[in-house]
Design a protein around this ligand. Structure first.
Ligand code: NAP
Ligand code: F7E
Length: 329
């Protein structure tokens, strides 16, 4: 029987880590996941859900632990998904965000290079549409693509931009296979409840169950290019299988406001007017907002043959139905 490839995934306990680990396992990979903390509360659930996974301890801020993890697992492919990923949280914890989301990328690249795997290990870096910033002066009508100007609007976006450029620098300086996926928002059943889509679908199910009356949100006008995480991890894998490392935008090419998301989510439980259920709370507003994001995935579609399958109404519906099912509704 041919030996499968070996993958190391950082951010294994996160939304994308779960989807990607499943995809790689189904493709016959030996899958290792980097897990941090001496008693990570998500460890038991992860081991129950994915008994085939091998967890290895490590933290993006601890270069020694990354060298050890890379040496132990000897990966053909390393997907760097770990990050402080919540934009609002990054305003309150900017130094931590710089250390993990920014400098952590350098630590991963050096772990591969210093252990003599610069030629062997292909690396995927999780870059983000938050690097573009959504400001009028640099907003292309057909959507942001790989050559658009960056203007990050949060400590998270700034840290990710460092990660993006240091990844490209290691590609150019050392000839390493480091590919950057510039991904627009992607959501789904595994999304953390701290992000607006899952916060809404989780609350909609609880409102239906009579467990809460209202939902507290920040600004409702911002627009996002929201896709399904399962489609997007397929794109990550395709990027790493491509013959050369490069940058690729993954997006749906549509943008929708939070108000539109609310309309579809509440419609799933038969509510036409969501306004009586929504309370605006400044605590959930950000010092600087990204008003509108729209991505142009033409390059990934053409070069990689990637195509998203789930559309916006389909995404909202599957998230609400999942949260209703969790409450036996
Ligand atoms: P997520 O659910 O927030 O997961 C983040 C992961 O990072 C968690 O597994 C977390 O582990 C881990 N982590 C945090 N700090 C760490 C540290 N110091 N050392 C090691 N691991 C650490 O994020 P996601 O939505 O899956 O996103 C995956 C990646 O894509 C992130 O880099 C994110 O910034 C980026 N991205 C996401 C989107 C999106 O729409 N989802 C779009 C573009 C880019 P713990 O369980 O220990 O906290
Ligand atoms: O906010 C607004 C908020 O936190 C979306 C991350 O995965 O995608 C994600 O970042 C919008 C913003 O995601 C609430 O102000 C209103 O305009 O769900 P979010 P995000 O900031 O777009 C990018 C691509 C990433 O890379 C990130 O890692 O919703 N909003 N009210 C709210 N947001 C939250 N979280 N909570 C609210 O109550």
């Amino acid at each position: 029987m041919p030996q499968g490839k070996v993958a190391l995934v950082t951010g294994i306990t996160g939304q994308d880590g779960g989807h990607l680990a499943e995809l790689l396992h189904n493709e016959g990979y030996e899958v290792h996941g980097l897990i941090r903390g001496q008693s990570n509360p998500r460890r038991v659930a992860l081991e129950a859900e994915m008994p085939w996974i091998n967890l290895v301890e490590g933290d993006l801020t601890d270069p020694t632990s990354l060298i050890r993890a890379v040496d132990l697992t000897d990966p053909d492919e390393l997907y760097n998904l770990a990050a402080v990923s919540h934009v609002g949280y990054s305003f309150k914890n900017p130094t931590l965000t710089a250390d993990v989301t920014g400098k952590g990328v350098l630590n991963v690249l050096e772990a591969v290079r210093l252990t003599g795997r610069a030629e062997k290990t292909r690396i995927y870096q999780a870059s983000t549409s938050e690097m573009f910033g959504g400001l009028d002066y640099n907003r292309p009508g057909q959507g942001y693509d790989e050559s658009s100007l960056f203007h990050p609007r949060s400590p998270y976006g700034v840290a990710k931009l460092y990660g993006h450029w240091i990844a490209k620098n290691y590609r150019e300086s050392y000839g390493m296979f480091v590919t950057c996926g510039i991904l627009f928002n992607h959501e789904g059943e595994r999304r953390g409840v701290e992000f607006v889509t899952r916060k809404i679908t989780h609350a909609v199910a609880r409102i239906k169950a009579g467990l809460q009356d209202t939902i507290e949100l920040g600004d409702l006008w911002p627009k996002r290019d929201w896709g399904y995480a399962g489609d997007f991890v397929r794109g990550m894998h395709l990027m790493v299988q491509h013959d050369v490392p490069d940058d690729f935008v993954l997006a749906t090419g549509e943008t929708h406001s939070i108000e539109e998301f609310l309309t579809l989510a509440f419609a799933e439980i038969g509510v036409d007017d969501w306004r009586p259920y929504v309370v605006q709370n400044p605590a959930f507003m950000r010092p600087a907002e990204v008003d509108i994001l729209l991505g142009n995935p033409a390059k990934a579609e053409k070069v990689l043959g990637w195509k998203r399958e789930v559309d916006f109404p389909g995404l909202v519906s599957r998230m609400v139905r999942h949260d209703l099912a969790l409450l036996d509704l």
